[in-house]
Design a protein around this ligand. Structure first.
Ligand SMILES: O=C(O)c1ccccc1NCC(=O)[C@H](O)[C@H](O)COP(=O)(O)O
Length: 390
């Protein structure tokens, strides 16, 4: 069950349908025809093969080829579902792929189209390195020593019934690409304890280091300090391996972003989470993503992000828009818990998304920036929602 490679049958070159956007070239090593992305602006460059001494081992070449095939296949499937984020830079087939030639796309370039794509490309490289250090079989063993899983969705439902307000997922976030550093004096445990005292039902802990200055150690430290709120590992998940990793660090829930993951990945990863007793928050931003996600029967927990992760634009009316009409009806019928995410600052904002139909909210900036985050929670809701209050 490790990653996509073993989950899907990787289509062979001969059996794979060749769409009009695919170019072809001869693969002398396999004696058949291969496909690589091409466009009118892409010029394929052929170079002389390096000397024999420079050649990597055949197994490594094979692995690179498989990775590249997978990534091309992923991009095709993703694009057919309207996903614009590419998993890897479109550098073309790996070196030695086609015998004496190295193919490389030129004008497509290695520049990510937006911040989300940049994050995903970085994540892809990072996960590959982490997996080498700790393969899935050893990670699975580590789960025996992981702290027990807590009921994330149950905690949100309980908070919602207790206060009559959306259950709060309070975010432990030092920085973000759109806002820069939010809090200089950042003590994750202190902040988590303050949120809990203030009445947060659950916490979201940023794990990404490069773009959010977060870490898995923060999550573990928060758990070790005795914080009882269930924890969402706020990470950009692209492989099943990351779910096991998050669990080993004490996560009770993970986030899957529909703008990044094809339906089959969402389905597969949701099943893994269920098996591990974890909750899966599936995040959408537009109608198309919402419809895709509602088409996946395993999904029971949906986040509507008011922030466009490609442009950073924030508009809380997005939550209302995606919950109107048939979509809202379906959500209520299936008793799916919806979380309103991002850009929530005032009691009026909370009332607005509650009116739209959310049972929970995910809030970072407005409360993490307060000198006293416990009071920040009360300020956000316009009243004390701590356990002592009700
Ligand atoms: O916040 C960003 O700049 C960002 C950029 C790229 C990908 C994700 C990003 N943020 C994740 C989130 O949506 C928020 O951390 C979360 O919903 C809380 O939002 P806020 O209350 O506005 O801090």
């Amino acid at each position: 069950m490790e990653g996509l490679a073993s989950f899907r049958a990787v289509p062979s070159f001969t059996s794979r349908p060749r769409s009009s956007i695919l170019g072809t070239a001869l693969n002398p090593r396999r004696g058949n025809s291969l496909s690589f992305p091409s466009s009118s602006s892409s010029i394929v460059r052929a170079q002389q093969m390096e000397s024999k001494d420079d050649e990597p081992e055949p197994e490594k070449i094979e692995l690179k080829i498989k990775e590249w095939e997978n990534s091309m296949y992923h991009n095709e499937v993703a694009a057919s579902q309207g996903i614009r984020i590419r998993r890897r830079p479109p550098t073309g087939p790996p070196l030695h792929y086609v015998g004496p030639f190295e193919f490389r796309l030129q004008n497509e370039g290695n520049t990510p189209r937006n911040i989300l794509e940049e994050i995903i490309w970085h994540k892809d490289t990072q996960v590959a390195q982490l997996k080498e250090r700790q393969p899935l079989y050893s990670l699975k063993k580590a789960l025996d020593n992981a702290p027990p899983v807590r009921d994330f969705i149950g905690a949100l439902r309980a908070a919602n019934s207790r206060t009559g307000l959306p259950g709060l997922i309070a975010e432990v976030k030092k920085a973000s690409p759109s806002r820069g550093v939010l809090r200089e004096n950042f003590d994750p445990v202190e902040i988590a304890q303050a949120y809990e005292k203030g009445g947060a039902a659950c916490l979201s802990v940023l794990a990404d280091e490069k773009f959010f200055q977060g870490s898995y150690d923060n999550m573990l430290a928060i758990r070790d300090a005795g914080v009882k709120c269930p924890l969402l590992c706020k990470e950009f998940i692209i492989e099943a391996w990351q779910i096991y990793y998050a669990r080993s660090k004490g996560a009770d829930a993970i986030l899957l972003i529909a703008a990044v993951l094809p339906d089959l990945d969402i389905k597969y990863m949701t099943k893994i989470c269920k098996m591990l007793g974890m909750a899966t928050l599936v995040e959408v931003h537009d109608e198309r993503e919402m419809d895709r996600v509602l088409g996946i029967e395993e999904v029971e927990f949906i986040g509507i992000n008011n922030r466009n992760l490609e442009t950073f634009e924030v508009d809380i009316s997005n939550t209302k828009k995606l919950l109107e009409g048939k979509r809202g009806e379906e959500i209520r019928k299936r008793d799916i818990i919806v979380v309103g995410e991002s850009g929530l600052f005032t009691p009026d904002d909370i009332a607005y998304v509650q009116e739209a139909g959310v049972k929970a909210v995910l809030v970072g900036e407005s409360i993490v920036k307060q000198s006293d985050p416990e009071k920040g929670v009360a300020g956000l809701f316009g009243k004390d929602i701590s356990l002592q209050s009700v």
